[in-house]
Design a protein around this ligand. Structure first.
Ligand code: F3S
Length: 407
């Protein structure tokens, strides 16, 4: 790779040993993928934050990078941690885990990474604009940034995202190059798609077809409208089941009018969506002992809607609502948190049902998230019930008390 004078100096340790290590990681990555040069990035999202996934080895790496003088050069934010940082006891997290998780966050903070702890950085102050080169980890957010925002990022891993944060650079390959953003599969959506669960099912149906065909970038035609929440559900699901980092959607995503339509085409029929839904439902409703909403983290609109549904009602069993800290703070101010917690549900910031250490705690999880279903089964060995958001909430409510009969 051809490096600038400054990049060579970073590599030679002029900016300290952690920056040098970071540059080594990026040069190795660029060499593997045939990059000619580095690109400056303006925004980084770092994954690999939960101590449940990092373990001691990951924590030592972070400590070493912080001790070696590693400091972020650009806006850098964090993915969810293994617990609600301010209220971890409510989620049944052990003090031992909490202590280790705090050490992870302290190491990031020492490097000036902003400890947002959310997988929706675009709703929490890290919102890149069209065409901006960024280095994001977190597959759902990568898909959202590339597709919905039109920013440019590869799917970074935890170490390469941290390396980008410490140097302000990323190798110029993959989705950073315009020629690599062309779609390779036309998906004619001939089904009505509405709501986060349906968009998650659409992501699974298309993702499975992409995997089978070895294709990467779908162009969706036939979806007439999609809300922010539906798009974030689609991104999470496409990334999970199709390994997708970028899609185009006619009339809805910013590059959709600039790309060439692929000749390979499939159609998605109502039966494909039904099959995707059925494949993620292996729990009997009576078995459900855990409800989880907020994968990806809930938006303000979703939290407000949930508060409406839970107003004056009680839920049975463990019910988690996961979101980012800024949205939780607005929910506190608006009284949504009070309504949700009065129902017995837990409004947890900073974390989620996938990165929290809950393996073995539950038998069957109900969710509207296709991505959460995948990890509930593969990581935590839970059965799953995959239903629309409102249905999940309604099924979790205790019956209303009957008014006493007049004597
Ligand atoms: Fe976010 Fe956790 Fe889902 S990180 S996308 S809520 S698995």
């Amino acid at each position: 790779m051809e490096l600038t004078q400054e990049e060579k100096e970073i590599l030679n340790g002029v900016q300290g040993r952690s920056a040098a290590k970071a540059m080594q990681i990026l040069v190795a990555l660029g060499t593997i993928y045939g990059a000619q040069r580095m690109l400056p990035v303006s925004s980084v999202q770092i994954a690999g934050v939960s101590y449940d996934n990092l373990g001691e080895a990951g924590l030592s790496f972070l400590d070493e990078m912080a001790a070696g003088g590693g400091r972020t050069q650009v806006l850098a934010t964090l993915n969810p941690a293994g617990m609600d940082v301010e209220n971890w006891q409510t989620l049944g997290i052990s003090p031992q885990f909490a202590a280790q998780q705090q050490r992870v966050l302290a190491a990031f903070a020492r490097m000036n990474v902003i400890t947002t702890c959310t997988c929706t950085p675009y709703l929490a102050g890290n919102l890149p604009h069209f065409g901006e080169h960024i280095a994001w980890a977190e597959s759902s957010a990568v898909c959202y940034a590339n597709s919905v925002l039109g920013a440019r990022t590869n799917r970074e891993g935890g170490p390469s995202a941290l390396a980008a944060a410490l140097t302000g650079r990323t190798p110029a390959y993959g989705y950073h190059l315009a020629g690599n953003r062309q779609p390779d599969l036309l998906c004619e959506v001939q089904a009505r798609v509405e709501g986060t669960q349906a968009f998650g099912a659409l992501g699974k149906a298309i993702g499975d077809r992409l995997q089978a065909a070895g294709q990467k970038i779908p162009f969706l035609r036939g979806v007439e409208q999609a809300s922010l929440e539906e798009l974030k559900a689609l991104c999470a699901s496409l990334a999970t089941y199709g390994g997708t980092a970028l899609f185009h959607m006619q009339g809805l995503t910013p590059e959709s009018g600039q790309v060439t339509l692929p000749t390979d085409a499939i159609s998605i029929q109502p039966a494909d969506l039904e099959q995707a839904v059925a494949s993620l439902n292996d729990a009997d409703p009576a078995e459900v002992d855990f409800v989880s909403l907020g994968c990806p983290h809930l938006s303000l609109r979703e939290v407000a809607h949930l508060a409406e549904l839970l107003q004056g009602r009680q839920v049975r069993g463990e019910f988690w609502v996961t979101t980012s800290r800024p949205i939780k703070q607005i929910a506190d101010r608006m009284g949504y948190t009070h309504v949700i917690e009065a129902s017995g549900a837990k409004l947890a910031a900073d974390s989620c049902c996938v990165v929290a250490p809950i393996k073995g705690r539950f038998q069957a999880m109900a969710t509207d998230s296709a991505k959460a279903c995948y990890y509930a089964a593969s990581k935590n060995r839970f059965k799953t019930l995959f239903k629309p958001f409102d249905e999940i909430v309604m099924a979790a409510l205790k019956p209303l008390a009957q008014p006493k009969a007049q004597s």
